[in-house]
Design a protein around this ligand. Sequence first.
Ligand SMILES: Nc1ncnc2c1ncn2[C@@H]1O[C@H](COP(=O)(O)OP(=O)(O)OP(=O)(O)O)[C@@H](O)[C@H]1O
Length: 257
Amino acid sequence: MKKEAIKVDHTNPVISIRGLKKAFQDYAVLRGIDLDLYQGENLVVLGRSGTGKSVLIKIISGLLKPDEGEVEVLGRNIATISDDELQALRIRIGFSFQNSALYDSMTVRKNLEFPLVRNRRNLTKGEINKNVETVLDAVGLSQTINQMPSELSGGQRKRIGIARTLILNPEIMLYDEPTAGLDPITCIEINDLINEVQQRYNTSSIIITHDLTCAKQTGDRIAMLLDGQFQRTGTFDEVFATDDERVKPFYDYNFIK
Ligand SMILES: Nc1ncnc2c1ncn2[C@@H]1O[C@H](COP(=O)(O)OP(=O)(O)OP(=O)(O)O)[C@@H](O)[C@H]1O
């Protein structure tokens, strides 16, 4: 489905990164990253395997510490906040993992209740049920409520993983390769879901992908990580209007020129 026009507030970055560097032993992965994610925006991050996309979102969610630079998330400097403040900030960020990260021994209902029981301790049973039903409806899987993850398809697991992050009403969503391993029709459905989430929950999102159809369908803006920096950012067409041999193969491979 074609993406509906979204109003992005370019005066209000929810993530602001300046001069971010991160190395492991001798290998400099991120070599001076500058990036803003604006309120309401879907930003797609592209880059070859091993260029540091996952490292970047781990730094944003406080799982890894930067070596140098400023990383401000929802107005808080990630490097200097206390552990308690970081914990509170993380609840405002939804992380959709590549493997969906569901608990295999729990039903869909229990998987969805889990973050609420942990983080919203004063909710009544009725409120918990209502929240579970609302997010299941949002991802179009109300009928799976009593099923086990093993009974779901890859696409359904992905949706439940997204529902589990939505249940805490995150302001920022981080999607790590949301369409990896899915068939083309399911990919399109997940792309549509990412756009629906953006509209319905007013989220700002970073979407890491190698799938250019996903990038084109979901991205309001694309940022391409090349040699440790964002060297090409813009709309999909702007980013790929180049003869740069580091960029062209992405397009040619995805769209079979
Ligand atoms: N905790 C760590 N310790 C040491 N090296 C690490 C660590 N985390 C990541 N790296 C290295 O950093 C580099 C970037 O890894 P990252 O997972 O961010 O790549 P990526 O761009 O997400 O790749 P892919 O598209 O394959 O998922 C890799 O060389 C990886 O081995």
